[in-house]
Design a protein around this ligand. Structure first.
Ligand code: ATR
Length: 288
């Protein structure tokens, strides 16, 4: 055997550029690629973040294949948040409690770890934009009981709100939250939603009402107390009819864009190794 015929040591694989993305159906509307792309550029990191349109029937196969193609994790959006949780090999307590995953981390062995950072994003936004906000100072009132509301409820209870009031057009979804999240949750009938605001120091619109193309949130606002903090999960438009109404009544208001920005930070840190900042520049980039 000549030297040339010696089997060469296998060359080490080239360093893999980490890939991440957002999986949804459809997903073209998602602002996450712009958001993560901005952070990658700002920190000079090698990495890519892409939108992945995947139909529900293909979700399991795609999730099990992507780790073998250089993906280190994903954000999950509608309609896959619950299915992704069920497909994960391990889940955080908060994701289990919320019943949905929005952030997946692929372990080196291909196992899928699921988290939900929506509630974290909700609270981080309020802490940043309203530093004087004191959740333990009074009751919180949550309008709506869909998937986003569940994350808000979990995070407000964790923050120490003494009472969490909730009303939803379809009452059974609010009753379900009461059953799962416990005695601090008080369900109001949708017809009583105006009464729910009385004395509340934190008020959240977690319905989709007020979003571009939808009806505004029209409820009796008379009981909304000046000085309460009002926030909306809707961020298209940024200034919703609900926030305008609350401001006119002397409430401090925080728009919903920051929740989207903050919920993205833990995933970015896990995948790319740097904790990114949420600041005005990021807001401008995502809104552009
Ligand atoms: P998300 O994950 O964004 O919370 P969702 O689970 O579809 O989405 O929840 C949407 C929320 O907006 C629900 O609380 C929904 O009330 P229902 O559970 O009764 O559907 C609320 N919502 C949507 N349209 C509404 C309307 N026209 N009037 C009152 N509530 C509405």
């Amino acid at each position: 055997m000549t030297d040339l015929q010696q089997p060469a040591d296998p060359a080490p694989p080239p360093a893999q550029i980490p890939l991440a993305g957002v999986i949804g159906w459809p997903v073209a509307h998602s602002r996450s690629p712009r958001l993560h792309g901005h952070w990658l550029a700002r920190h000079g990191l090698a990495g890519h973040y892409v939108p992945l349109p995947v139909a529900p029937e293909d979700l399991a196969q795609v999730l099990h294949t992507l780790p073998r193609a250089g993906f280190v994790g994903l954000n999950v959006t509608i309609p896959h948040k619950q299915a992704a949780l069920a497909l994960a090999d391990s889940v955080t307590d908060r994701a289990a409690l919320i019943g949905a995953a929005n952030t997946l981390v692929f372990r080196p062995d291909g196992k899928i770890h699921a988290d939900n950072t929506d509630g974290y994003g909700f609270v981080a936004n309020l802490r940043q934009m309203a530093p004087g906000w004191a959740p333990e100072a009074g009751a919180a009132a949550v309008i709506g009981a869909g998937g986003a509301a569940r994350a808000v409820v979990a995070s407000l209870l964790e923050c120490g709100v003494p009472e969490l009031r909730i009303a939803n057009r379809t009452r059974i979804r609010a009753d379900q939250i009461r059953a799962e999240f416990g005695a601090r949750v008080v369900v109001y009938d949708w017809a009583q939603v105006g009464n729910m605001l009385e004395g509340a120091t934190t008020v959240v619109n977690a319905t989709s009402l007020g979003m571009d193309g939808k009806q505004p949130l029209r409820i009796p606002f008379e009981a909304l107390a000046p000085g309460a903090l009002a926030t909306d999960l809707v961020y298209t438009p940024l200034d919703t009819p609900f926030l305008r109404e609350a401001r006119a009544r002397g409430c401090e208001t925080v728009d919903g864009l920051g929740m989207l920005l903050h919920q993205a930070a833990p995933g970015f840190e896990r995948w790319f190794g740097v904790r990114p900042q949420v600041d005005d520049e990021l807001r401008r980039v995502v809104l552009a």
